[in-house]
Unconditional design. Structure first.
Ligand SMILES: Cc1ncc(C[n+]2csc(CCOP(=O)(O)OP(=O)(O)O)c2C)c(N)n1
Ligand code: SF4
Ligand code: SF4
Ligand code: SF4
Ligand SMILES: [Mg+2]
Lengths: 71, 281
C-alpha cells in the first residue's frame, strides 16, 4: 500500500515508556523486543507503515520528545 | 513527505534526566514549543527549581538560572525587574512551590510580578524519594504517610490556582492536565497564553499542570495517567481560575481597582483632587 504518513522514533531519546502505544488510535506502535538502546530500553516502533494517519497523538504524549511525525 | 511534528528548537539535544513516562518531559516540550512559536528564545529566561527538574537548565536553549529551593519566583522577580523586556518563567514542583517556597509564591503573585510560573503538581516529592507534599491527596500513600495522608495530622491539600486567584496581582491562573493528547493541546494553549499575557505586561501568570510521578506512585507510566485522571483531577479540577482579560479588564491592576472601588481609601482614583486622600485625610 502507498505510504502516506510515518513516525520516526529517535532511539537515543526513547525510554520505552509505552505512552505512545496507549494513545495511538490505530494500534500500530509496539516496543521493539529486538533492540536494546544504550540506556537499556526497548524502543517504540511503528508496526504498520501503511496505516499511520499522522494524527500526532503519539508525539504529543511522548515525554522524551523522541517522535517525529511525517506526512 | 513533510514534517508535521518535530522536537522544538528551544530544547537542547540533551536526553532528559527523568524516569520513563514522567510528565516533566511533556511540559518541557510545551514550554519550548511556546518559546519557538512566539519567537522569544532570545529574551526568555527560565528559573530551574530544586526537585527532579533541577537540571532543567540543561534542557532549554534559552538563558536559565537555577534557584535555591523554593526561591525561583524571587529570582524571577529580580531578573524581570532588572530586564523588563525579558520573558521570565519559573518551573517548580509542588514541594518547591507550595511547601518551602510558599511565601515567595504568594508574595510574588500578590505583588503582580510580571512573570510566568509553571507549576508541576504531581502530588509528591519526586526527587527525594516520594515524601508527602502539600498537594498529596487525603489517604494517598507516600513514604512519609505510609497509611495514607491523615488530614487530622497533616492537614488538607492546598489548591494553588484557587488560592492564588484571590490575589489582586494575578492576571492568569489556569490549571491543566497532561494525561491525554487533548488535554496536552489545552495545556499548550495555556502556557502560550501565559507568556503572551506576560509580554503584554498584564500581571502575574501561573499555569498549574496536574502531572504524574510513576516512579514514586509505584505505577507504570500508563497506570499513572489513569491514576491522575481518576484521583487528582477530581480534587484539582482543570480550568481557568483567573483571567483578567476574559473578565473584561485591561490588566490585573485594573481588575484590582474595580475590586477596590467600594473603598474610598484604597481606590486609587478616589481622593485624587481632594487633599490627603489617605487614612489620615
Ligand atoms: C533547603 C532544602 N530543603 C530540602 C531539600 C530536599 N529536597 C530536594 S527536592 C525536594 C522536594 C521536591 O519535590 P517537588 O518540588 O514536588 O519536585 P518533584 O521532584 O516532585 O518534581 C526536597 C524537599 C533541599 N534540597 N534543600
Ligand atoms: S501519528 Fe497517530 S496514527 Fe501515526 S503512529 Fe502516531 S498515534 Fe498512531
Ligand atoms: S512515548 Fe516516547 S519515550 Fe515513551 S515509548 Fe513512545 S517513543 Fe518511547
Ligand atoms: S521521580 Fe517522579 S517526578 Fe522525578 S523524574 Fe522520576 S517519575 Fe518524574
Ligand atoms: Mg512534586
Amino acid at each position: 500500500m502507498y505510504m502516506t504518513a510515518q513516525i520516526i522514533v529517535n532511539e537515543n531519546y526513547c525510554k520505552g515508556c509505552g505512552l505512545c502505544i496507549e494513545v495511538c488510535p490505530r494500534g500500530i506502535i509496539a516496543l521493539n523486543p529486538d533492540v536494546i538502546t544504550a540506556k537499556g530500553y526497548h524502543p517504540a516502533k511503528l508496526t504498520d507503515e501503511s496505516r499511520c494517519s499522522a494524527c500526532t497523538n503519539c508525539a504529543l504524549i511522548c515525554p522524551d520528545v523522541a517522535i517525529t511525525v511525517e506526512r | 513527505m513533510t514534517t508535521v511534528f518535530k522536537r522544538p528548537a528551544a530544547l537542547t539535544d540533551r536526553q532528559f534526566s527523568y524516569c520513563p513516562g514522567c510528565s516533566h518531559g511533556i511540559v518541557h516540550r510545551l514550554i519550548a514549543e511556546a518559546i519557538d512559536e512566539l519567537g522569544i528564545e532570545g529574551k526568555a529566561v527560565g528559573i530551574a527549581p530544586v526537585g527532579c527538574s533541577v537540571f532543567a537548565y540543561e534542557f532549554f536553549s534559552c538563558d536559565m538560572v537555577q534557584a535555591a529551593h523554593g526561591r525561583a519566583p524571587a529570582v524571577a522577580t529580580g531578573i524581570k525587574r532588572a530586564v523588563p523586556g525579558s520573558i521570565v518563567f519559573s518551573y517548580q514542583g509542588d514541594g518547591d512551590l507550595a511547601s518551602i517556597g510558599m511565601a515567595e509564591t504568594i508574595h510574588v503573585a500578590s505583588r503582580g510580578e510580571k512573570i510566568t510560573v509553571i507549576f508541576i503538581n504531581n502530588a509528591i516529592y519526586g526527587m527525594t524519594g516520594g515524601q508527602m507534599a502539600p498537594t498529596t491527596l487525603p489517604g494517598q500513600v507516600t513514604q512519609t504517610s505510609p497509611l495514607g495522608r491523615d488530614v487530622e495530622i497533616a492537614g488538607y491539600p492546598i489548591r494553588i490556582c484557587e488560592l492564588l486567584s484571590t490575589l489582586d496581582g494575578v492576571a492568569l491562573a489556569e490549571r491543566v492536565s497532561v494525561d491525554t493528547p487533548r488535554n496536552i493541546r489545552t495545556a499548550k494553549k495555556a502556557v502560550k497564553k501565559a507568556f503572551e499575557y506576560q509580554a503584554e505586561g498584564l500581571g502575574y501568570t501561573i499555569v498549574e499542570v496536574v502531572s504524574t510521578c510513576p516512579t514514586n506512585w509505584g505505577l507504570s507510566p500508563v497506570e499513572a495517567l489513569g491514576w491522575l485522571n481518576e484521583n487528582l483531577l477530581p480534587y484539582y479540577p482543570p480550568g481557568v481560575y483567573r483571567d483578567v482579560k476574559a473578565e473584561g479588564f485591561a490588566n490585573a491592576a485594573e481588575a484590582s481597582a474595580a475590586r477596590l472601588a467600594a473603598s474610598s481609601v484604597a481606590d486609587p482614583t478616589a481622593g485624587k483632587d481632594a487633599e490627603g486622600g489617605g487614612c489620615n485625610g
